[in-house]
Write a protein that binds this ligand. Structure first.
Ligand SMILES: Nc1ncnc2c1ncn2[C@@H]1O[C@H](COP(=O)(O)OP(=O)(O)OP(=O)(O)O)[C@@H](O)[C@H]1O
Ligand SMILES: [Mg+2]
Length: 255
C-alpha cells in the first residue's frame, strides 16, 4: 500500500492542470499536489497515476513519491471558488497525493539538453504504458534541482477503458513523433535492454498492490480488486518484451 496521510489545508489550485489539481498540506507537514477522486476524469485516472508512477520509480526514472491523501470534505467549506468547493465536496475519502517539487520548472527542450540514454528510457517507458500526454505541447516533465522528473500519468493505458480489447490494444504501435523528447535521439534499444528485463510478474504485482481497493471496486466483469490488479499487469508484461520494436516517429532512427 501507499503511505496514507490526511489533508489538513487546501492551499491553492494549480491552474495549469486540466483536471484542476490542488496544492494541499497534510498532517505529516508535507506539501502535496492533490488529484481529486471526484474530478470529471474519474478514478481510472488515479489508478493510472499509481500504476505508472510506481512502475516508473521502480525502473529508476525520477518520479515524485505518491501517497493516498485522505480528505474531509469539510475542508471545502471555506473555499471562495465554486469549482474548487465542488471538487473538495465530491472528493471525500481517498485521493491521490504527489510530493510537490517546490521550485520546479516546466521542461523546456531548448533550454535543457537530455542525453539519448535518458530520452530513450523515458520514451520506452511512455510507449510501454501508452502515454499520450508527454508531447512537446504538454511535456508533463519538470526540471527540479538540475534533473528531469516525470509527472502526470493520468492519460495512459488506454486499454483500461475497454478490458475485452485490452490484450489487442496493448499490442499496438506507439507513435512518438510528437513526444517531448523525440528530438533527443532517444536510444530505445538500449532502454529496452536495460528496462524490459526488470518488468516481471513480481514487479507488476508489487506495483498494482499499491492501488487502493476502493478505486478498483465495482468494476464491471471483475469479482475482486485482485482480479482487476492481475488484469492491469497482463498487458504491461506482454508489451514490455516487444514495445521497443513498435515505437514510430523518432528522429534519426530508421523505422
Ligand atoms: N509534483 C509536482 N511538483 C511541482 N509541480 C507540479 C507537480 N505536479 C504537477 N505540478 C504542476 O501542476 C501542473 C498540473 O499538473 P498535472 O499535469 O499533473 O495535472 P493535469 O490536470 O493532469 O494536467 P494536464 O491534463 O493539463 O496535463 C503541472 O503542469 C506542473 O506545473
Ligand atoms: Mg499535465
Amino acid at each position: 500500500m501507499l503511505r496514507e496521510v490526511t489533508a489538513t489545508r487546501y492551499i491553492t489550485p494549480l491552474r495549469e492542470g486540466g483536471s484542476l489539481p490542488g496544492l494541499v498540506e497534510a498532517d505529516d507537514l508535507g506539501t502535496y499536489v492533490m488529484k481529486f477522486a471526484g474530478a470529471g476524469q474519474g478514478r481510472k485516472t488515479l489508478v493510472a497515476e499509481v500504476v505508472c508512477g510506481g512502475l516508473a520509480r521502480r525502473l529508476g526514472l525520477r518520479m515524485p513519491r505518491l501517497v493516498v491523501l485522505d480528505l474531509d470534505p469539510v475542508l471545502g467549506l471555506g473555499e471562495p471558488d465554486h469549482e474548487v468547493q465542488e471538487l473538495l465536496r465530491s472528493s471525500g475519502g481517498a485521493n491521490l497525493g504527489m510530493d510537490f517539487l517546490s521550485g520546479a520548472l516546466g521542461f523546456d527542450p531548448l533550454a535543457f539538453p537530455v542525453s539519448p540514454e535518458e530520452a530513450g528510457r523515458i520514451v520506452w517507458f511512455d510507449a510501454l504504458v501508452n502515454n499520450v500526454d508527454r508531447s512537446w505541447r504538454n511535456p508533463n516533465l519538470l526540471m527540479w534541482r538540475g534533473e528531469l522528473w516525470l509527472i502526470d500519468h493520468g492519460a495512459t493505458m488506454i486499454w483500461h477503458h475497454n478490458w475485452p480489447g485490452a490484450q489487442a490494444s496493448a499490442a499496438r504501435p506507439y507513435d512518438a513523433s510528437e513526444h517531448a523528447l523525440a528530438a533527443f535521439r532517444p536510444d530505445v534499444e538500449a532502454a529496452a535492454a536495460q528496462l524490459a528485463p526488470l518488468v516481471t510478474e513480481d514487479l507488476l504485482a508489487e506495483v498494482t498492490a499499491e492501488i487502493p481497493d476502493i478505486w478498483l471496486a465495482d468494476e464491471p466483469g471483475f469479482d475482486t480488486p485482485d482480479d482487476l490488479r492481475r488484469t492491469y499487469a497482463r498487458p504491461l508484461l506482454a508489451r514490455s518484451a516487444v514495445v521497443h520494436e513498435r515505437i514510430n516517429g523518432i528522429e534519426g532512427a530508421e523505422r
